[in-house]
Every structure is written in C-alpha cells, then in structure tokens.
Design a protein around this ligand. Structure first.
Ligand SMILES: NC(=O)c1ccc[n+]([C@@H]2O[C@H](COP(=O)([O-])OP(=O)(O)OC[C@H]3O[C@@H](n4cnc5c(N)ncnc54)[C@H](O)[C@@H]3O)[C@@H](O)[C@H]2O)c1
Length: 252
C-alpha cells in the first residue's frame, strides 16, 4: 500500500497513544495511510485511541504497556511480534509533567520522571530498534519539549526532556548506515489537558505567533519525518514553539 505522499505504508508504534497530543499524532499518521499500534499505560485509553482511528477509516491495534517497567516493555515486544506486526516507526510520546520545585521532591518523585520520560523511551528503542536496523529502514521520533532545550521551572521535567533529546542525538551513532533515523520533536505549548490556564494566557502574550500549537501540527511533522523525503533529517531537535525559545525575554 502507498500513502497519500507516495511513500510506503508503515507500521507506527505510538507510545502514550491515549494522550492529548497523540490524538493529533494518531490522526495525521493514520490519514497518511500508515497503520498505528496504539500503546499506553491506560489500557482503556489505548483502546479508545485505536477505535477513533478505525472510526476515521484508518488501521489501528492497541496494547497496554507501562514503559517504566522493563518487564512490561519486553512483554509488549513479545505481544506485538506474536501478532505478526513489524514495527517500522517508534513515536515515544509517553510522558509526565511533575510540577514540583526542588524543595518539594520526595525520595522517589524525581526518579519516577526519569523512568517514564527518559528510561522508558530508551527501553522501547532497545526493544524495537535493532529489528528496524536489521530490515534496513526505520524512524525513531521522540517527543521531547522546549523544556529540554532551555531551562524550565520544573527540574524533573526539564532534565528528563534534555536527556531525551541528547539520547536521540547519541543513538544516531548506534543506527548509522542502517536506514534508521532518530529525531526529537520539541514542542512549545500544545493544546492538551496537560496545559494549565496560566500558561495559555502566557502564550497569547509572549509567544511571537501568539498561538497555542495544535496536536495536529505535531502530527503533521511526525508524518513528514516518516516520509522518504525526511531520510536525511537525523539527530535533530525539531523545535515547534511559535518562536518562544528564540528570545530570552520570553522567560522573564
Ligand atoms: N502538552 C504540551 O504542551 C506538551 C509540550 C511539550 C511536550 N509535551 C510532551 O508530549 C507528550 C504527550 O503529552 P500530552 O500533552 O499529550 O500529555 P498527556 O498526559 O495527555 O499524555 C501522556 C500519555 O502518556 C501516558 N503514560 C504516562 N505514563 C506512562 C507509562 N509509564 N507508560 C506508558 N504510558 C504512559 C499517559 O497515560 C498519557 O496517555 C509528553 O511526552 C509530553 O511531555 C507536551
């Protein structure tokens, strides 16, 4: 099957598929003719995401997985392989935003963010990346954040997203000459339930475009990265923030 862009139809593993941003990512990827494997900690949410894609005429299946558990990610790999599916693309979008400052963190809270936002994507790439490399084509797309590009008030989020971006750059070496690329999309404020009202007001005031980003805009970029035209985009942090990080005045 070919997609609307003339590229081949791919099988795309979306981790965090039940989330707000993934509604747009799932929709755009499915509309381009790709099959979506919807995965989330929230099993009912993953099922809903797949049902939504199918209702729109797309092809989707769903699985539950907790990326903070190595065992759960291994089980996901086994279940997907047992279903006869070959993953061509990974979209690592599972993440938590812990709005705690330094003094408010307890013994485990920082590590929870590390496990979900950073170690989780690493595990997923370890589970599915080598087979993509063996088949000679693949895309790894990590959903990082502008909080990983500049300093940000919540340290566990900023540190794990910066780690995720640099993980992507670093894995370029592991996947060199395999046909697999690794990139990060670093969104600014995207219109999802994760965003609090105060931040919405700041977007209108301070972001050069004055606009909150839609999940579909992020989905459109992810879909482009899956296309053959994107084969030389590799190791990049693709910032989509309406110009928010271009000027330091925006962080006063
Ligand atoms: N919303 C924004 O403005 C924004 C901006 C920049 C980056 N991001 C990043 O984009 C991604 C999606 O964000 P969102 O706004 O859709 O958030 P969201 O909370 O709506 O979605 C996150 C999804 O991840 C899943 N998840 C959480 N822990 C998990 C685990 N251990 N295993 C598997 N799945 C798990 C949740 O169940 C949820 O469905 C996140 O990585 C987030 O950090 C969001």
């Amino acid at each position: 099957m070919t997609t609307s862009a003339g590229d081949r139809s791919r099988t795309v593993l979306v981790i965090g598929a039940a989330g707000g941003m993934c509604r747009g990512i799932n929709a755009r990827i499915a509309q381009a003719g790709h099959q979506v494997i919807c995965v989330d900690f929230d099993a009912a949410g993953a099922e809903r995401a797949a049902a939504e894609i199918k209702a729109g005429g797309g092809d989707a299946v769903d699985f539950a997985c907790d990326v903070s558990s190595a065992e759960s990610v291994r089980q996901l790999g086994d279940s997907i392989r047992d279903s006869g599916l070959l993953v061509d693309v990974i979209v690592n979008a599972a993440g938590i935003l812990d709005r705690r400052y330094l003094a408010d963190h307890d013994d485990d809270s920082f590590d929870r963010a590390v496990q979900i936002n950073l170690v989780g994507p690493f595990r997923v790439i370890q589970e599915f990346g080598p087979a993509m490399a063996e088949r000679g084509w693949g895309r790894i797309i990590n959903i990082s954040s502008i909080a990983g590009v500049r300093g940000y008030p919540y340290p566990s989020y900023a540190a794990t997203k910066a780690g995720l971006s640099n993980l992507g750059r670093s894995l370029v070496k592991d996947f060199r000459r395999t046909g697999v690329t690794v990139n990060s999309i670093c969104p600014g404020v995207v219109d999802t339930p994760m965003v609090i009202d105060e931040v919405r007001r700041q977007v209108a005031e301070k972001v050069p475009t004055g606009q909150i980003i839609t999940p579909e805009e992020i989905g459109a970029l992810a879909t482009f990265l899956i296309s053959d035209d994107a084969r030389n985009i590799n190791g990049a942090d693709l910032v989509v923030d309406g110009g928010a990080t271009a000027f330091y005045e925006l962080f006063d």
